[in-house]
Design a protein around this ligand. Structure first.
Ligand SMILES: Nc1nc2c(c(=O)[nH]1)N[C@H]1C(S)=C(S)[C@@H](COP(=O)(O)OP(=O)(O)OC[C@H]3O[C@@H](n4cnc5c(N)ncnc54)[C@H](O)[C@@H]3O)O[C@H]1N2
Ligand code: MOO
Ligand SMILES: [Mg+2]
Length: 419
């Protein structure tokens, strides 16, 4: 008699897994290596930016009060006493009707409170001295980029858990983070199980297929911020699988197997969990694909028994593995980002289970649209290449029609969601 499994709702399955989610460890990397990692501490401004009042233009720094009488028919003349470029500091202090020729980025000289752009001044020589004149008045503060206008000392500019993008790199450099504290990438061990599996380079022979799950999962692990550790493929042999899994477990933070979780004669994962003494959190989820997804824990370490069917395996990773990875990376939003979109094709299939339809989401006329990509079966691999979202069609419905508003979970988004 085949074991009867009890499907639990998707949200409950995710909750059961997330009970074992915890924040990860911190490691330090050089700034050059920080791109693509996740901040392990808040990025705080340790000084004002800019650190001093500076000129946003090439021009002349003046005392604004001296320019009060300047008009089109009444130019006011200033003696130019010095020239400074970015990185230089004026040596002299301006007296009334004196100016400093100043370049973009240079510190505003003491006493000056406005900058006249080069284009608005006329410069000339007389009696061996340099002068410039202007034909309009300036107010104090005109054309000054003020100390702290970009960031104030002490501000949290980027919170812990944020993905380090090129802009965050710029901030890290601005505040002198030659070394950056980032989340250590959780190590995810991966086994593909199945006696039918061929290596990528092997030619096809009758009854066998190439192992695509292992490579797909490695890429999904990297996309989610983890470090995949691929241990290879295993034949459907309980002793071989048990020994390999037992040996691999201590080396990783999580362990993923693909295949062998259903009720078939060679589906050994349920027996292996039992032999390991692992607690099975669930072995049936009310979803499609991926209904047989099984998750177990051993001393708090999660073992993900993802389905062998490629689409089911893919969805299993995104729903159950990604959020625990993101939690390790300190993300306050570990789940896939959620949105709503207009369905672009009829989807008449009824289903008692929640469906995760591999879909392509794009923007048309400012609105998100979602279209299923290819055949909606769990053993399909080709549709995965085009999917950038999972369309979530709740169970118990009679199908959906073109034009309906549907929920979509975005696969390529860095932002994430807190629910
Ligand atoms: N009597 C029942 N049969 C099945 C049930 C069920 O409830 N009762 N569930 C079905 C569902 S749903 C799924 S999904 C699959 C799950 O199967 P397993 O997780 O046990 O995986 P396998 O049996 O090992 O393989 C299934 C399928 O996937 C192919 N596969 C496996 N590994 C890979 C890989 N690394 N790369 C590419 N393709 C892979 C394998 O060749 C099989 O075709 O069970 C249903 N059956
Ligand atoms: O586990 Mo299956 O993917 O529902 O066909
Ligand atoms: Mg099977």
């Amino acid at each position: 008699m085949v074991e009867k499994r009890n499907p639990i709702p998707v949200t409950e399955a995710i909750e059961r897994v997330m009970k074992y989610a915890r924040e990860g460890e911190v490691e330090t990397v050089r700034l050059e290596e920080a791109y693509g990692r996740y901040l392990a501490e808040d990025l705080r401004a340790d000084h004002d930016v800019p650190p001093f009042d500076r000129s946003p233009y090439d021009g002349f720094a003046i005392r604004a009060a001296d320019s009060a009488q300047a008009k089109l028919d009444h130019p006011v003349e200033f003696e130019v006493i010095e020239t400074i470029g970015a990185g230089q500091v004026a040596a002299k202090t301006v007296q009334p009707f004196q100016a400093v020729r100043i370049m973009t980025g240079a510190q505003i000289p003491d006493g000056c409170d406005a900058v006249v752009m080069l284009e608005l001044a006329k410069q000339y020589e007389r009696d061996g001295k340099t002068y410039m004149s202007i034909k309009r008045p300036f107010q104090p503060g005109d054309n000054i980029s003020f100390q702290g206008e970009d960031a104030k000392k002490g501000d949290v500019l980027v919170p812990k858990g944020t993905f380090i993008n090129p802009g965050v790199q710029a901030l890290l450099a601005t505040f002198g983070y030659a070394e950056v504290k980032v989340a250590r990438k959780p190590r995810i061990g991966i086994f593909a199980t199945g006696s039918e599996l061929l290596d990528v380079a092997e030619p096809l022979i009758p009854g066998k297929i190439r192992n695509s799950n292992a490579y797909m999962i490695q890429a999904q692990a990297i996309r989610s911020g983890a470090e995949p550790v691929y241990f290879g493929k295993l034949a459907d042999d309980i002793d071989i699988c048990f020994a390999a899994i037992q040996k691999a477990l201590p080396q990783v933070d999580f362990l993923i197997t693909t295949g062998g979780v259903s009720v078939g004669d060679y589906d050994y994962l349920p027996a292996i969990y039992e032999r390991l003494g692992a607690e099975v959190l669930f072995n049936k989820v009310a979803m499609r694909p991926g209904s047989v997804t099984t998750v177990a824990q051993l001393d708090g370490k999660l073992l993900f028994g993802l389905s062998g069917n490629p689409s089911a395996c893919y969805v299993g990773y995104e729903l159950f593995v990604r959020p625990v990875v993101r939690t390790r990376l300190f993300s306050p939003k570990p789940y896939l980002r959620k949105a709503t979109a207009t369905l672009m094709a009829d989807f008449p299939k009824p289903n008692p289970f929640t469906r995760f339809v591999r879909s392509y989401v794009t923007v048309e006329n400012g609105q998100l649209t979602a279209a299923p990509v290819g055949m909606d079966k769990s053993n399909i691999v080709t549709s995965l290449a085009k999917a950038n979202a999972l369309m979530v069609l709740p169970g118990g419905t009679r199908g959906f029609a073109k034009g309906d508003t549907v929920d979509v979970w975005l696969l390529e988004d860095e932002e994430g969601s807190d629910i």
